[in-house]
Design a protein around this ligand. Structure first.
Ligand SMILES: Nc1nc2c(c(CN[C@H]3C=C[C@H](O)[C@@H]3O)cn2[C@@H]2O[C@H](COP(=O)(O)O)[C@@H](O)[C@H]2O)c(=O)[nH]1
Length: 365
């Protein structure tokens, strides 16, 4: 139909509508889920099993209900900060700058571990314990001014903060120190030394805050090139940082986000492990063998990207399946992820780590 045949009123309406639409402020998106779906659609070494995913969705929902899993679960962890104020925002920002790669090639007795409050903490919890211990020792480890002050925040002080109760030091110590210095410099230059100003700039959009972190702080810009065909944003620490703020503040105040459902699962090395254990994710024989024998998988290689992308997509399918059968469920990808991580850690404590997690050493997760 040419313009002169079309109804002039309809044409005027369409022109006005599209004119308005193009003026609308762009709704922030992270593109993480689109990238994950693309990786899933193009994966040959990692596959999803729909029957197991359907069964897992039912089990996860039932368990989350039984445990009353909610944002409140976050603060219930012994080491997580409880105050809903800027000190907790600063703690979370510090924590999630450093929230990566705790796995060790040593046995449980010899691996990096932190003694704190009469307990021996490993993995993610060794990081949280180190930060809490430093604050107890009046070391301002959550202050970006401190990270930048190389006279006060010396390498020696940081080695003291992350001191181990074993011979093994925290993995990637130098990279962690560099991440803190870089983040401190950027926070000083762009956000008046406060992560709370980043939250304010995001104006209650979780996606916008993820993008602020990824676009301004290189150590949060977790982006890969999948088989040289497509740039895929995983943004694991940027997303978990936003999710931790949301959970710590119970979705209120500094943790109030209008689009929190845009946050996906955090592509780490624990959630793929439990998804594989539950039968949701399956691996090609060579990849399965590599993981079972704890062989290194290079950061950025196709196998690693398939593991991370398919895990994000799998949790999205779990989320959709749970909401299909329970439309009123107060559940999102964050809470499913938190539940899966905590469940995997419980299995590890009970000695039920049937299949190992994959071994990739990087600052991204
Ligand atoms: N996907 C996902 N990855 C998570 C977490 C957490 C901790 N979140 C706490 C906050 C709320 C939850 O209830 C948890 O209590 C750490 N990690 C990642 O795992 C790895 C550490 O593993 P391991 O060495 O075994 O401790 C490392 O890449 C770390 O970045 C999570 O929740 N989801």
């Amino acid at each position: 139909m040419s313009d002169d045949e079309a109804d002039p009123e309809l044409l005027a309406f369409l022109r006005e509508h599209f004119q308005k639409a193009s003026l609308k402020p762009k709704v922030p998106e992270t593109q993480v889920l689109e990238g994950a779906e693309y990786v899933y659609d193009n994966s040959i070494d990692v596959a999803l099993d729909y029957q197991s995913t359907k069964a897992a969705a039912a089990m996860i929902y039932e368990q989350m209900q039984k445990k009353e899993y909610s944002t409140k679960t976050w603060a219930s962890h012994e080491l997580h900060p409880k105050a809903r104020d800027e000190s907790t925002v600063a703690f979370i920002f510090t924590m999630d700058i450093l929230n990566f790669s705790f796995w060790s090639e040593k046995n449980d007795d010899d691996r990096f571990a932190v003694e704190y409050k009469g307990k021996r903490w490993t993995g993610y919890w060794s990081l949280v314990a180190s930060l809490q211990r430093a604050l107890d020792e009046d070391i301002p480890i959550t202050s970006s001014d401190f990270w930048q002050n190389e006279d006060e925040c010396t390498e020696e002080v940081l080695r003291h903060v992350f001191r181990s109760s074993t011979e093994e030091e925290i993995p990637l110590f130098n990279e962690r120190m560099a991440c803190l210095r870089e983040a401190g410099k950027i926070l000083y230059e762009k956000y008046q030394c406060s992560f709370t100003n980043c939250i304010a700039e995001a104006n209650h959009s979780a996606a916008a805050l993820v993008n602020i972190l990824a676009d301004n702080f290189p150590c949060f810009n977790d982006v890969v090139s999948f088989e040289n065909r497509k740039s895929v944003r995983f943004l694991k620490r940027a997303q978990i940082c936003v999710a931790d703020v949301w959970a710590a503040f119970d979705g209120d105040g500094l943790g109030q986000f209008d689009d929190i459902e845009k946050i996906t699962m955090f592509a780490d090395y624990r959630v793929p492990q439990i998804l594989n254990t539950l039968g949701c994710l399956s691996y090609s024989p060579l990849l399965d063998n590599t993981i079972r024998h704890k062989k290194l998988i290079e950061s950025g290689c196709s196998w690693e990207i398939q593991l991370r992308g398919c895990a994000i997509w799998c949790v999205e399918l779990l989320r959709r399946e749970i909401l299909r059968s329970h439309p009123d469920a107060k559940i999102n990808a964050i809470l499913i992820d938190f539940f899966l991580y905590d469940s995997m850690k419980e299995r590890e404590v009970e000695g039920k780590e049937e299949i190992p997690h994959h071994r990739t050493r990087s600052i991204w997760y």
